[in-house]
Design a protein around this ligand. Structure first.
Ligand code: MN
Length: 391
């Protein structure tokens, strides 16, 4: 069977308050082209479909349009699991309508999907968390584990180590395949690949992790959660990553989806690079003038921009306005000349209030002194406070 593996769409996600919906739509259009050209039979969407628990109407509409579009109106099967960013019940709410398009949306772990026709997919047998899929005279067993929070699993991990419990769940889930057909696992989880058994950090970036050795031996494992494409080849396990750069730290690697040919005897994985519709860039300039010039230069460029500006004094409002005339400038980051920054302890009790305010302001703003307006405002407030005191 020919599978397309994608994850972490984060529909509705914003970058410094700016919408990414246009880029997300471009991605879906490109994905449709890939589905058609590569003759994909089944799409696995491994969680974090939305960015928030309460997605906007715009984000939900994009998801509904996307599953219809990518299923080629029911010719291609799609299986979806919730990630940690998704609201499982809300994601699942559309599942009855989606069924005719060949789309299966999981809400919880261990869910038993109703047997029957889903578009051109035939689910001929169903187990707790697993489905036996038949399509184009090819068969596959797919076990699905949504992001395994305690709420979704309906159990606590106090007595057992998280990774041991997940290992047990996955092994049991895969063992349901009692036919001579390939097994595929889809889940949304942290796999701490470099750690050996028994030394798995329970917490990794706020999420619990499992080790590579906790994964079962199957024909393919479609992982979601990590935004960078990664592989654990000994286990046929892959993170395809997110389709867009969602943070500046993600601009160091290509965005991908995976096309996987799975048969009983072998698994062939092909990486397909996704166009970077609007890259995130960082520029470093010196002084306000250069910052304004750079912003002007980049007016027509299709980039998200972080502008680092080396400064000796704060930018004026007028300079900020001129820089921000370029709507792609997400943030102006001041860099203060370190040499001028004093490392001494400030003894506030030796200063008058105005001096103390200036020192305090500098400490809070990486060495920048308050401009005249701020200082004036402070002195006015001070005066008012004194007046009130004497009243
Ligand atoms: Mn995630």
């Amino acid at each position: 069977m020919r599978i397309l593996h994608t994850s972490d769409w984060h529909l509705g996600k914003k970058l410094e308050g700016q919408s990414r919906i246009i880029e997300q739509k471009l991605f879906i259009n490109d994905l449709e082209k890939i589905v058609r050209e590569e003759e994909i039979e089944l799409i696995l969407l491994a969680g974090d479909i939305y960015d928030t628990y309460n997605p906007s109407a715009e984000a939900e509409k994009l998801f509904f349009d996307s599953i219809k579009q990518l299923s080629l109106n029911g010719k291609v099967g799609i299986v979806v699991i919730p990630g940690n960013h998704d609201n499982p019940a809300r994601l699942n709410a559309v599942s009855h309508l989606a069924k005719d398009y060949g789309v299966i949306i999981y809400e919880t772990a261990f869910q038993e999907i109703e047997v029957g026709k889903y578009g051109s997919l035939n689910i001929y047998k169903s187990t707790s968390g697993g489905i036996f899929i038949e399509k184009n005279e090819k068969k596959l067993y797919l076990y699905n584990l949504p992001f395994p929070s305690e709420a979704i699993l309906n159990e606590t991990f106090e007595d057992k180590k998280f990774n041991c419990r997940i290992k047990e769940i996955l092994e049991e889930g895969i063992a349901h395949n009692n036919e001579e057909i390939p097994s595929v696992l889809m889940t949304h989880i942290y796999v701490a690949g470099s750690m050996g058994e028994g030394e798995v950090a329970l917490e990794l970036g706020g999420s619990r992790a499992i080790a590579t050795s906790d994964l079962p031996d199957v024909n393919y494992i479609a992982l979601g959660h990590v935004h960078k494409p990664m592989s654990f080849k000994s286990k046929n396990a892959y993170y395809c990553g997110s389709p867009l750069e969602y943070r500046i730290t993600e601009n160091k690697f290509d965005k991908k989806v995976f096309i996987v040919d799975i048969s009983q005897s072998e698994t062939i994985v092909k990486e397909v690079a996704i166009t970077n519709y609007k890259p995130i860039k960082e520029y470093v300039v010196e002084g306000a003038e250069e910052a304004i010039q750079k912003s002007n230069e980049l007016l027509e460029s299709n980039e998200w921009i972080y502008l680092k500006v080396k400064l000796n004094e704060p930018l004026t409002n007028s300079a900020i306005r001129k820089i921000k005339a370029n709507k792609n400038v997400l943030e102006i980051i001041p860099i203060i000349n370190i040499e001028e920054k004093e490392n001494e302890v400030t003894f506030y009790n030796e200063l008058n209030l105005e001096e103390a305010f200036i020192e305090f302001f500098k400490e809070e703003s990486e060495g920048l002194a308050p401009n005249d307006n701020i200082l004036k405002l402070f002195l006015e407030l001070l005066e008012e406070g004194e007046k009130n005191e004497t009243n």
